[in-house]
Design a protein around this ligand. Sequence first.
Ligand code: IMP
Length: 523
Amino acid sequence: VVISLKGFLMAKEIHPQLKCNEFSLDDVLIPPASKPPEFDPSVVDTTARLTKKITLKFPIIGSPMDTVTGPEMAIFLAEMGGIAVIPQAKLNIRQTHQQSVESQAQQIAIVRRERAGFVLEPKVLGPKATVLDVIKGEQEFGYSSYPVTKDGTTKTSIIGIITGADVQDVDASEYNLPVRKVMTPRAKLVYAKREETLDINDIRAANRIIRARKLDTLPILDNEDRVVALVTRSDIKKDDKFPLATKDQNKQLQVLAAVESRPQLAIPRIEAIANSGIAGIVIDSRNIYGGYKEIAAYAKKQNPDLDVIVGNIVHPNVLRVVLEEAGGLIDAFRVGIGTGEVCTTSEDLGVGRAMGSALNDLNKAFNEEINKNDRYGYIGFIPDGGIKFPRHFFISAILIKNFAGVMMGSYLAGFDQSASPKIQREPGVNVKSVRGMGSAGAIEDRFGPGSSRYGQERIDPSKRYPEGIQKDIPAIGDGHPHLERFRSGVQTAMQSVGAKNIEELYQIAVVNTVSKAASKGTL
Ligand code: IMP
């Protein structure tokens, strides 16, 4: 908004609350370091803390938007060092007729299964099982390694292990051979003791044995030689490929789930997913109101390890009130209203706030006053809406000390990994669709006739003013090279100001608000 000085003074007389010093991230330019940096951009560490418990090595957070985040996006982002929020409902819920809670739980399960970690209660075979059983199992379950026990259950001791490698050279005419003829017998078995691995949750110890002994599968045994878990090589290969991945103690990928902001809908959902392996919930709302406290308290009661993220906020006073009311229950805040790419809240409703000012005000109030004496400990702040260039990440991390990572929707929507199907609009032109969760289509799908929530809520989609749009964007292929470039852009920017990590960046960078021409680098 440009306002002349005369206009400003006149307006100020009319309305004493008029503020004219708001700035967005694109109004800022960061001067480079005054001495040459002595390190390479590639050594710059982009790690941020999402919450007290969750650390993200490349903190990109997938927004809970149905065209953006499904299990594929969640796996992709967690592997890249970020995390994603699985939305309440899957895209096209009307066509699939799935209950939204069930479909969300299924999506969470897919992400959590991507890395096996310690496989508890593994499938085992008995001595009479045949090579054919192993081959069939591979087709059916996708794996071919089984401990063989005395009676074919985990209640009796192990007598050997059979793997895909053992059966691959067996001639088809011998598929009825019992597995004990081809397995590695107990006497030659490499295994690990449960006290040294599983009981102390040390999967690294297990992985060390797998590497050193070149194994496919490592059984974990108790003192009576019974199998209590398996660890497999497939995870190690993936771990080597994705060194920044966001994993829990069991080395499984981390994921978050969105829940509604109304307790009557959120509570049954939390009941269903609280113990599904999610790291936390996002109470998904355009701003904080009403039932958030009840929802957060319920989530922590169901599972005290769950982090709770709320939003969206742009004003320090909301932050203060929420922390006073529910301090111990809230772990991070989404920041930003009206700045999203497919959001029309600012344009159509006239509500919103420039991201730069929002972050700056929250930062000052939180550090100078609200969190005095470290009253609340670490609370994360997530800039959310409109983030699409490395500069948005970089400048946000300078403006807010507890930078928890950026939340993204539209930027990710064109990747192969997004939840939206690729559509060929004309020969050679592939697009994907992205829509705001407040757009007419999304509201219709979530609340209209045919949705699982129809009638449960008082929303008549046709009478609600949409706060978002749907649009086509180019389908730009695999997301890996795009995010790798994005991270490299952030690293280069950080190196230019002499910051080796996010903490240093906040400490040393100088922020200049500049004219539009200056921010665009034009003369
Ligand atoms: P983007 O990365 O610019 O697409 O912004 C993503 C963010 O926009 C989300 O995380 C939400 O905070 C916000 N958002 C999503 N859908 C809507 C909508 O329909 N109206 C307003 N804001 C939305």
